[in-house]
Design a protein around this ligand. Structure first.
Ligand code: F3S
Length: 284
């Protein structure tokens, strides 16, 4: 069997940086408790490993007082401004591991709010990254994710509109929604803030899925970018399997295939990708 492994599979720059920050803080602060604000990434394996090293996940704002004597790490998704303000108020030490590409969107959101523009975020409203962006955008920003929402978007006529995207949003969908808004309003500025890591991973994945008999997508079920990879693969290759670890791989499904492609989401550790790849190569 021929195995094609995507070069872009696995941790992106921002996730690697956040994960490394946690391990580095654990090493450097042995007498101090380390917390992460929410799970550092959407991957149970990594979270379990961190917990074993004494790292505690704070579930939300209400948990912050628990971390008064520790160090809180902000994950790559970023947080709303009020969380940083609250930590300052409580005198909590924190390390900001927000991905620089996300931080750039926070900056745009703040600047546009100051200019009086109306920010439209194209993304998933309940994703922590989008919640974080909204938390830097002033009072009346909006999140949209569907054509219908773009059609019904209401922004006061005297406000300029600035459109940004969740970093992991699908580029074609983003273009479609921007076109809808552009038809209704002239005074819009569009900043494509989709991260190139995501686009490159999606493009490479689509190219591989087109050429193989079966496709394996590795990633946590809650990871939005892995879910999108799965959709892309499923469109190109009906034999697509979404697994979290090697344990989920049903070897019988791959018995009759000649070529198999492997890709993985941005929060999938290399160790898991290697295991799956090795297993597929050895067993078939
Ligand atoms: Fe950052 Fe892009 Fe990853 S925004 S967290 S490098 S997907």
């Amino acid at each position: 069997m021929k195995v094609l492994l995507a070069k872009t599979a696995g941790f992106c720059f921002g996730v690697k940086r956040a994960v490394d920050t946690v391990y580095q803080q654990v090493e450097e602060n042995k007498d101090c408790k380390i917390y992460t604000f929410g799970p550092i990434i959407h991957n149970d394996e990594v979270i379990k490993d961190m917990q074993a090293k004494g790292v505690t996940v704070l579930e939300g704002e209400e948990d912050l007082p628990k971390a008064k004597n520790g160090i809180v790490i902000i994950r790559s998704h970023g947080v709303p401004k009020r969380i940083c303000d609250r930590m300052d108020e409580l005198g909590i030490q924190y390390v900001d591991a927000t991905c620089p590409f996300v931080k750039k969107i926070h900056k745009i959101a703040m600047e546009k709010a100051e200019e009086g523009a109306f920010l439209v975020v194209i993304g998933n409203p309940v994703h922590p990254e989008v919640e974080g962006i909204m938390g830097w955008a002033g009072e009346d920003a909006a999140v949209i994710s569907t054509a219908e929402e773009a059609e019904h978007l209401t922004v006061p006529e005297d406000r300029k509109i600035c459109v940004v995207a969740q970093t992991t949003f699908n580029y074609n969908k983003f273009k479609e929604l921007v076109e809808i808004i552009s038809k209704r309003r002239y005074d819009i500025s569009v900043l494509n803030t989709i991260c190139s890591a995501t686009k490159e991973r999606q493009t490479e994945t689509a190219r591989i899925a087109d050429r193989v008999d079966a496709m394996i997508v590795i990633g946590d079920k809650r990871s939005s970018n892995t879910q999108k990879l799965f959709e892309i693969c499923k469109n190109a290759c009906n034999n697509t399997y979404y697994i979290q670890t090697l344990d989920d791989l049903n070897v019988n499904q791959l018995r009759s295939v000649e070529t198999v492609g492997i890709t993985a989401g941005a929060s999938t550790p290399n160790k898991i990708i290697e295991e799956v790849q090795k297993n597929v190569r050895i067993n078939f």
